[in-house]
Ligand binder design. Structure first.
Ligand code: SAH
Length: 234
């Protein structure tokens, strides 16, 4: 079994890169910005692909996530991709800071394209996840939620309208892009998201995100270790 994590931010990946003693493989994706960490988790090969950096910051968002996912699948041929990261969630739906969710689907919430039903369907995305996601979440006692992805950290009223209309629960900037690429390659995808901010608690998203990034990354690390244990037994 070869599991490949696709992760946007170094802070999100660092705890489990260190926990598994993964080694950085310099230059693996040149000229792409993505960075490979590779190693073993028991009998299982474990790769972590970071989107990379630009202007001294982690590359977040759909474009970088698509490039990283495509490069990872083409170059590493993993049995499964896991997109692990942080997200916003909704207090009204019972979510709390640093709570970890498994995604039960992924869609875009900020692609407003007028046209016929085909374009509307394409814009929303609505990609499937690995069909073992529910059993895994139940086994590990993790809640499930629908990931909705957009290109901004803030949430405009028109984003919220789409999220509510489609039962979105977890708001991020990469999940649906990773899901799109996985769907093209028929590579199973698991989504694991830890909450840094609550989109409906009135706090400024950026401040809340920054304050909770470390705690959310720690709970993400704990969940990922339990997930890797289960997956490596498959
Ligand atoms: N300015 C931040 C950059 C992080 S962008 C910084 O200085 O560190 C936010 C990242 O966290 C993205 O990778 C995204 O997937 C995730 N994220 C967390 N909360 C989010 C939210 N409420 N909406 C969208 N993305 C969110």
């Amino acid at each position: 079994m070869h599991i490949c994590y696709v992760v946007a931010m170094r802070a999100e990946a660092r705890p489990f890169v260190e926990a598994y003693g993964l080694s950085k493989v310099d230059g693996f994706f040149v000229p792409l910005p993505c960075i490979l960490y590779d190693g073993m988790a028991g009998d299982c090969r474990l790769s972590v692909v970071l989107n990379g950096e630009q202007h001294g910051t982690d590359l977040v968002g759909c474009e970088a996530a698509s490039v990283a996912t495509m490069a990872a699948i083409e170059r590493l041929h993993p049995d499964m991709v896991v997109n692990s990261g942080t997200c916003g969630a909704f207090k009204a739906q019972g979510a709390s800071i640093a709570e970890v969710f498994v995604g039960n689907g992924a869609m875009f919430h900020d692609r407003r394209v007028p046209g016929d039903d085909g374009f509307a369907t394409q814009s929303l995305g609505n990609y499937a996840v690995w069909d073992g996601s529910r059993a895994l979440a139940e086994r590990l006692g993790l809640k499930m939620g629908k990931v909705t992805t957009g290109s901004s950290l803030d949430m405009q009223p028109c984003d919220l309208a789409v999220i509510q209309q489609h039962g979105g629960q977890l708001k991020d900037m990469e999940g649906a892009a990773v899901a799109f690429v996985c769907s093209l390659f028929h590579t199973p995808l698991l989504l694991v998201k830890s909450v840094t901010d609550l989109c409906d608690d009135g706090a400024a998203t950026f401040e809340e995100f920054t304050k909770n990034l470390s705690a959310a990354s720690q709970s993400l690390n704990e969940a990922n270790q339990r997930i890797i244990n289960r997956l490596s037994a498959l």
